[in-house]
Structures are given as structure tokens and as C-alpha cells.
Write a protein that binds this ligand. Structure first.
Ligand SMILES: [Zn+2]
Length: 149
């Protein structure tokens, strides 16, 4: 599973870009259903790990319990941004329900060696966290308060 993370992320990145284009064309509903069906198909292999974590605002499926990973030996991290807002984030190998937005930057990065982009809910656009990328690894750091089961 871990070896596939990098490839999955790349695929997801491409998907999120095209998904974002679709969103801009107003195909929100159809697109959201596509995402959910895709995730459900994958889940049928292991129904015990099929627990979605959803956008707190619109309940769009974002990621799954099974995709929780540890970065720097911890799943959960607490960080403050330059404005002093404190975020409790969890690390996830993938987040197919997110759209990744903005230019990649290392400014004020919370994980040394990783550049980041903003991760928004693919359906309603709520800020859900950030996508982090180093030369060898990719993951999502998602704001735990903005996810619900
Ligand atoms: Zn949402």
C-alpha cells in the first residue's frame, strides 16, 4: 500500500485538476457522484476500512480512516500559520475528495523538505487542509475539525 502512495497521489492530482475544471463548468452534482462511486468501488475490497471522513460543511466524502498515515512518527500534528491561527491536522496518504489549489510553495512549511498547496473540498470549496510534497513523498495534512464521519 505505501509504495503506491506516490502514484496514487499523481493520479489524484491529475484527477483533481480535471475535477476542478468540471466544477467550474457547473457539473458539480454529476462529478460528486462519480467520486463517491469510485471510492465505494475501492472500498468493496475491504468494507471494514470503508469509513469515510467527510467535509464538515457539505458531507462530501474526502478521505477514509484507512488512509490515515504517520509523518515524522505522528498522525496528528498541531501547527500555527503566520497569522497565528492554530490548526490540528491529521496526515492522510490520499484525499480523493479534495481539489488541490494554488502554486506549490515552501513558504512557512510545517514539514521541512515539503512544499505545500491548499486543499479544498471538491464540492463546496471549504478549506480542508494542505497537500504536501517532497521529492520522495506526498501526503495530505487535513484539518481534523473540518472533517466529520
Ligand atoms: Zn464540502
Amino acid at each position: 500500500m505505501q509504495i503506491q502512495v506516490k502514484n496514487d497521489f499523481n493520479v489524484n492530482s491529475l484527477c483533481t485538476i480535471s475535477r476542478f475544471e468540471l466544477l467550474r463548468k457547473g457539473e458539480k452534482t454529476k462529478n460528486a457522484i462519480d467520486v463517491e462511486q469510485k471510492v465505494k468501488t475501492q472500498d468493496s475490497e475491504d468494507s471494514n476500512k470503508a469509513n469515510f471522513l467527510r467535509c464538515i460543511k457539505c458531507k462530501h466524502p474526502i478521505t477514509k480512516e484507512a488512509d490515515r498515515i504517520q509523518i515524522n512518527e505522528k498522525h496528528q500534528h498541531v501547527f500555527a500559520n503566520p497569522q497565528g491561527h492554530v490548526f490540528q491536522i491529521g496526515c492522510f496518504a490520499r484525499a480523493p475528495g479534495c481539489i488541490v489549489f494554488g502554486e506549490k510553495t515552501s513558504y512557512f512549511t510545517w514539514f521541512p523538505g515539503y512544499a505545500w498547496q491548499t486543499a479544498l473540498c471538491g464540492l463546496c470549496g471549504t478549506l480542508l487542509g494542505w497537500a504536501f510534497q517532497s521529492k520522495e513523498n506526498h501526503f495530505f495534512g487535513l484539518i481534523l475539525d473540518n472533517l466529520s464521519k
